[in-house]
Ligand binder design. Structure first.
Ligand SMILES: [Zn+2]
Ligand SMILES: [Zn+2]
Length: 451
């Protein structure tokens, strides 16, 4: 077994088991990822090398034109048998799953999907149920779910997640990725930028809660993000190198989640913001902005809140303790019912189990924060400035304020105050709440002209 003690590239991690300096063993299940110009040409060879002969190729009406036809030609020309199905159903639900099953030839030995999020989720689920290996040819890279083992499908009209399988192979051909709409590219970048705040959350939790932490994985994820940001100015020209770096960073964070066994390396308070928005938009029957754009805006909001916190010369820990003593679960439940509507029940149940807001737990964290305040400031000091991220996103014509993605002021206020309750995970927002500063800083942020 190799030792994982330095920052490795994506290709060095794949299909490997590492003993790590964090004390755990990490395994990356993804077997191969070809992310470069002309990567598609590698697909037939890889399939043949792994002794697959009959391919069930799945596209939708859009991805068939972007890459599906070309994939079919390439595979057929290399002697593989290909059964192509173009999904006709619009939603990614039971009906689409049935459609895939009806058109599946029983003797196929591998599934290849062509597309991004929804197709990838559906094909991952379908192939898992049929116990077939799965590969994805990406037509865009708008989020980090490629290497994930979780599929989100609509079942009984409700978005539901399932633990399924990761793809064996991911193909990111920059000649194809270049054809993606510009908004999908900036969404991918938004999802990547969110890693700054998410990794900061993890570091804070290590300090305050002694949560398990893996420095090597953290460095690997942040190296990937920094690499992209170095050349982010070239995104606008759809520079193949930058597009490849974005895709690689996104695939890597997906792989990092599977190496850790949960989403800590890829999802923090900026994602809680996005989850909350998605839920509220769904309740309203509206379509939310792309995930990566929501995460980008969420990241900017969190950065701004931490900047307001850093402007305070002194933190009143006594005030925080008083607030902890005054916390009343019944009052909190009322607020959650207002902020979450029909979803409140699940949130309240989660808190009953986790008890993260309870006085004792909060007082313990306040003590830890008081002891380590200098270190906390140091961690917050490692974050990029909100201005830097705003300029970056603006330069890419990506949204950088809540109003640009349909979030009004009341929703924004509820988001900042209550989105931390969507998961039992310690984040910057939980820290601000612990300090009894979340409401005050939120009001301050709302009063800013750009918000
Ligand atoms: Zn994400
Ligand atoms: Zn580790």
């Amino acid at each position: 077994m190799q030792e994982l003690s330095r920052s490795l590239t994506l290709s060095e991690c794949l299909n490997q088991t590492f003993s790590c300096s964090c004390g755990r063993t990490h395994r990356a299940d993804l077997k191969a990822a070809y992310i470069k110009k002309g990567a598609l040409k590698e697909l037939p060879e890889w399939l043949k090398r792994n002794q697959y002969e009959k391919v069930y190729l799945i596209c939708d009406r859009i991805t068939i034109g972007i890459a599906g036809k070309k994939v079919k030609e390439l595979l057929t020309a290399s002697g593989l048998e290909v059964y192509l199905h173009v999904i006709s159903h619009q939603a990614y639900d039971e009906a689409t799953l049935g459609e895939l099953l009806i058109h599946e030839r029983a003797d196929c030995d591998v599934v290849v999907g062509v597309g991004t999020g929804s197709i990838n989720d559906m094909c991952r689920y379908f192939s898992f149920k049929l116990q077939l290996p799965y590969c994805i040819v990406a037509t865009a890279a708008p989020m980090d779910g490629f290497a994930s083992s979780i599929s989100a499908l609509t079942v009984n009209n409700l978005k539901t997640t399932f633990e399924v399988q990761t793809p064996r192979l991911i193909v990111g051909d920059t000649d194809i990725l270049r054809g993606a709409p510009y908004s999908m590219i900036s969404a991918g970048l938004g999802d990547l930028i969110g890693k700054f705040t998410c990794l900061c959350d993890w570091k804070l939790s290590r300090l305050v809660n002694k949560e398990y932490y893996c420095e090597t994985i953290v460095n690997m994820v942040s190296d990937g993000v920094r690499k992209v940001l170095l050349n982010a100015g070239n995104v606008k020209e759809k520079d193949p190198q930058v597009l490849g770096d974005i895709m690689e960073g996104l695939v890597f964070t997906g792989a990092a989640m599977s190496m850790i066994g949960n989403s800590r390396p890829a999802s923090g308070c900026e994602h809680h913001i996005s989850h909350y928005w998605e839920m509220i938009f769904e309740q309203r029957g509206q379509r939310p902005a792309p995930h990566g754009h929501q995460v980008g805006v969420g990241t900017i909001l969190i950065l701004r809140l931490t900047e307001l916190l850093k402007m305070r010369t002194q933190i009143d820990f006594e005030r925080a303790r008083t607030a902890a003593e005054q916390y009343r679960f019944e009052q909190w439940c009322k607020e959650i019912q207002d902020a979450y509507g029909p979803a409140a029940c699940g949130v309240i149940e989660m808190e009953q189990e986790a008890g993260k807001n309870e006085t004792r737990a909060r007082l313990k964290r306040i003590g830890k924060m008081e002891q380590n305040w200098d270190k906390i400031l140091e961690l917050l000091g490692e974050l990029p400035s909100s201005k830097y991220v705003i300029n970056l996103m603006r330069g890419l014509d990506a949204p950088c304020s809540p109003s640009q993605i349909g979030v009004d002021r009341q929703l924004l206020k509820n988001t900042l105050l209550y989105c931390k309750e969507v998961r039992n995970r310690y984040t910057i927002l939980q820290m601000l709440w612990d300090l009894d500063l979340l409401e005050e800083l939120t009001e301050q942020l709302l009063a800013e002209p750009d918000t």
